[in-house]
Design a protein around this ligand. Structure first.
Ligand code: AMP
Ligand code: GLY
Length: 422
């Protein structure tokens, strides 16, 4: 099989690294990939959002299967584009179609789905310009802080958590007046849930599913979960509080009703579902759905899969996932993200990275790097994810931090407290 992985981050490098270990995979292409993915595959210059460009790459390189890493092409309908194209329609796409990807692409759609199928989630109401006058009244039924979300994809910036009710009213107006562009044609206001978050993942062929390892991600830039939100500064798996009893609740109250709901609504879903959950006093609630794997969660959950990951991918493509098996490594896996100075605000790129040859016992996944002549240089805010294994979380973190200390580029930053709350 020749496969194409779309995307360019740490998630895509982790996918490439794992799939390169499968006997069933002949060649891996990554579009556009990064300096790390080019170690286990061939990078292709393409924009995953430009579907005709993806088509050319698929035909030129005789691709047999496509895995979509990021959400934007899914929400924009890349799967439907393949199904509607006579030359592409028999090439499986791992990732949901446009209708199913609304679980991530529209928060209003996701909340209505959750409510319709009685899946635990925060109480909410949606507003558009025509109903905007009713928003202050709804806000007054809630206790602060107020959670206000732009309906559509807003590059991780579309969720506001605000203490002051007047400021909350103003933000609702600002979003509906275009603060986040088209993503803010609707606004979701919801009840604030207090608890600890975790990310749960399944892979599904639309009928059956396999539970993948869960993870906890650290989203804020600063130590102790303070400061601005980032794409994620590190992750750990397994999550100690996600014990058998908790995961049984996740299965019974969330995953199974989601699968049943999709089926009842006539939505075919082939790919990954990422359940962004919050544990409120031992009970799981859905904060959000994502139509893809998480990043940096992928850099800890994929390394915990011991069996051939391509076997599961093939199960999705062929619709016989039920018959496939998954074996999970019991050990802890941690990742620490090394980021550019200034991230998540402005930062410089093109800084040369040193120290790869000194790494022992960790795998370094590239998130934002590229090759420049014979050097590897930074090309994004999140640059490298240092992943390690250990019999305890502490041991894995110690190895990640030891190796993080051996890598260097101008302006390097990372959190030194990943896993602190577990
Ligand atoms: P989302 O993009 O929906 O995942 O929201 C981004 C982040 O905002 C989440 O990871 C949570 O930390 C926080 N958040 C979203 N909704 C809620 C809620 N109802 N209660 C508390 N925190 C929330
Ligand atoms: N780490 C969170 C995400 O991938 O959305």
């Amino acid at each position: 099989m020749n496969i194409l992985i779309l995307g360019s981050g740490g998630r895509e490098h982790a996918l490439t690294w794992k799939l390169a270990q499968s006997k069933k995979v002949k060649r891996i292409f990554i579009g556009p990939g990064n300096a790390g993915t080019s170690n286990s595959g061939t990078n292709l210059k393409l924009d995953p959002g430009n579907f005709p460009e993806v088509k050319n790459a698929v035909l030129e390189n005789k691709i047999d299967l496509v895995i979509v890493g990021p959400e934007a092409p899914l929400v924009d309908g890349i799967h439907d584009f393949f199904l509607n194209d006579i030359t592409l329609k028999n090439i499986p796409v791992i990732g949901p179609g446009k209708s199913a990807a609304r679980l991530e692409g529209s928060k209003d759609f996701a909340k209505a789905f959750l409510t319709r199928h009685k899946i635990p989630t925060a109480a909410y109401k949606s507003f558009d310009k025509s109903s905007m006058k009713e928003a202050p009244g709804f806000l007054r039924t809630l206790n602060p802080p107020y959670v206000i979300k732009a309906d559509g994809l807003a590059a991780g910036k579309g969720v506001l958590i605000i203490n002051d009710i007047h400021e909350a009213e103003k933000e609702v107006e600002a979003i509906l007046n275009g603060k986040f562009g088209a993503a803010g044609q609707k606004v979701v206001i919801e009840q604030f849930l207090k608890g600890i978050e975790l990310s749960v993942f399944i892979i599904t062929d639309g009928v059956s599913y396999k539970l993948l390892p869960e993870a906890k991600d650290y989203k804020r830039i600063g130590e102790g979960d303070t400061g601005l939100n980032t794409g994620g500064m590190g992750a750990v798996s397994p999550v100690p509080f996600a014990d058998h009893i908790f995961m049984q609740k996740v299965k019974n109250r969330i995953i199974d009703p989601t699968m049943k709901g999709l089926s009842e609504d006539g939505i075919v879903y082939k790919g990954f579902i990422f359940f962004g959950l919050i544990n409120v006093e031992g009970n799981p609630y859905v904060i959000e759905y994502n139509a893809r794997l998480g990043d940096p969660e992928s850099e800890v959950i994929i390394p915990r899969i011991k069996s051939d990951f391509f076997d599961l991918i093939e199960g999705v493509a062929k619709g016989d996932l039920e018959e496939r098996r998954i074996e999970i490594d019991e050990r802890f896996v941690t990742t620490v993200m090394l980021v550019s100075g200034g991230y998540p605000g402005d930062y410089e790129k093109g800084k040369s990275i040193q120290g790869f040859d000194r790494i022992k016992e960790s795998v370094v996944f590239h998130a934002g790097t590229k090759r420049a002549e014979d050097k590897v240089v930074t090309s994004g805010g999140r640059v490298l994810a240092v992943t390690s294994w250990g019999t305890t979380m502490k041991e894995a973190l110690k190895i990640s931090y030891r190796n993080a200390g051996l890598l260097n580029f101008e302006g390097i930053c990372y959190r030194t407290d990943i896993g602190f709350d577990l």
